[in-house]
Write a protein that binds this ligand. Structure first.
Ligand SMILES: Cc1cc2nc3c(=O)[nH]c(=O)nc-3n(C[C@H](O)[C@H](O)[C@H](O)COP(=O)(O)O)c2cc1C
Length: 186
């Protein structure tokens, strides 16, 4: 039997009613049986300071250990000012340092995102893909999961109500599992 694929996920929003956190909650419901999905909360990761990169906080140590223990990463990103939210970039910067100790190195990664705008985080996602080059991560190309007008697809209880969005999340998870097995030889 094939080994269960362990996916570590995090959202680039700290907002309680975040649409992107809602996407990850939905992913928890939809994850196939041959995978385990864990959601990590970026709340509490301090602003990056290179003077402290050799003495990271407990929260950063925990984040890096969880990344290292995972077979694949799933990121749900909002779009802030046509780009990646600082909270997400900051967490990635911590995970990548100090030089030579990049926890994200060689990790298969998939991304999705929800915004209230009409492009559904497309611009943020392409900026994030650019950082994957230097991080030497292995991004899944397809499906692209961009959720525009998120307020019409996620209700006030933070539940994804749009069937098409659910279908894309499931497709993304299934593709990421195949992708992780290819890289990780699970
Ligand atoms: C600082 C800031 C910048 C934003 N810039 C964009 C943007 O460039 N494109 C967009 O579609 N929405 C933008 N928005 C609106 C977000 O899509 C919206 O706040 C969304 O709910 C954020 O994701 P979350 O629900 O996961 O927190 C911005 C919101 C904030 C707070």
């Amino acid at each position: 039997m094939e080994k269960t694929v362990h996916i570590l996920s995090f959202a680039g929003s700290l907002r309680k009613s975040s649409f992107n956190r809602a996407l990850l909650r939905e992913a928890l419901e939809l994850v196939p049986e041959d995978a385990r999905l864990e959601v990590f909360d970026l709340e509490g990761i301090p602003p990056f300071n290179q003077d402290l990169e050799n003495q990271p906080s407990e929260k950063v140590k925990e984040f890096k250990a969880k990344i290292r223990g995972a077979d694949a990463i799933l990121i749900a990103t909002p779009e802030y000012n046509y780009s990646i939210p600082g909270v997400l970039k900051n967490a990635i910067d911590w995970a990548s340092r100090p030089y030579g100790d990049n926890a994200l190195e060689g990790k298969p990664v998939a991304l999705m995102g929800a915004s209230v705008g009409m492009l559904g985080t497309a611009r943020a996602q392409y900026h994030l893909r650019q950082t994957f080059v230097f991080l030497n991560m292995y991004p899944l190309n397809r499906p692209e999961v961009m959720v525009p007008f998120a307020n019409d697809k996620i209700n006030n209880d933070g539940k994804v109500t749009d069937p098409k969005t659910k279908e894309k999340i499931r497709e993304l998870l299934e593709s990421l599992i195949v992708w992780a097995r290819r890289w990780g030889k699970n």
